[in-house]
Design a binder for this molecule. Structure first.
Ligand code: COA
Length: 201
């Protein structure tokens, strides 16, 4: 049975594994790093905390295994964010300057957070569990929590060809902007993106 729970810091490594496998083509695009290198780097670079009140973060669990994850930025990023000490020099020596900068850049390239609006940073479900309603459950749970928090709208960016669009349309997200960016194409391997938005009122 699938249960939706609030994210806890002890889930960090499992979430990284889920995200890297779900977004492997984007993480690996133009990057001469192995999947293991990318996971190692993310676990050092990603300043994710269950205590961060600017985020809403839920996981889907089947027994003890994490099978889905949704992360929503609700307010401006936490003011202490980014203050952890990152051993940049050592990382650059190990993984190379270009790989490091590219990965850091990719992590921020699709951020379209606006102050009047909550934004889905990511949603992902384990590849073997897709199509069984877990993505829908994560979205419904997050929307209920957002309403309780007084948020009036929720937005996201999705690649034009991503079948996830069907899920968002079914959940009443509307397409509000089309982006055709060679710049994003260069860094992520996908030029065409759609911004979608849903009113929570
Ligand atoms: C998008 C995603 C989270 C949906 O999770 P899910 O548990 O499969 O979603 P549900 O079962 O609730 O709904 C399935 C819907 O998602 C769409 N979908 C997208 N990818 C799918 C996949 N690989 N298998 C089945 N359905 C998929 C289907 O079109 C379906 O819509 P429909 O029921 O209207 O036909 C999941 O497919 C995923 O992790 N994809 C890879 C990461 C990703 O692209 N995330 C979205 C970034 S914007």
């Amino acid at each position: 049975m699938i249960q939706i729970e609030t994210y806890q810091d002890e889930y960090f490594e499992e979430i990284i594994t889920l995200l890297v496998s779900s977004f492997e083509s984007k993480f690996c695009h133009r990057q001469s790093l192995s999947v293991i290198d990318i996971k190692n780097l993310l676990s050092i670079l990603w300043d994710l905390s269950a205590k961060d009140e600017s985020l809403l973060h839920f996981v889907a669990k089947e027994e003890d295994k994490i099978v889905g994850d949704i992360l929503i930025q609700c307010d401006k990023p936490h003011k202490n964010k980014g203050q952890q000490r990152i051993p940049l020099y050592d990382l650059i020596r190990k993984y190379g300057f270009f790989n490091m900068m590219l990965l850091i850049y990719k992590l921020g390239i699709l951020e379209v957070f606006k102050h009047d609006n909550c934004y889905i940073e990511h949603i992902a479900v384990d590849e073997t569990m897709r199509g069984r309603g877990i993505g829908d459950m994560l979205l419904s749970h997050a929307e209920a929590a957002l309403k309780e928090r007084g948020c009036s709208s929720l937005s996201l960016a999705v690649a034009k060809e991503n079948p996830a669009r069907h899920l968002y349309i079914r959940k009443n997200f509307k397409e509000v902007q089309y982006l055709n960016s060679r710049f994003k194409g260069y860094f992520l391997g996908i030029n065409e993106w759609i911004l979608m938005k849903k009113s929570l009122n």
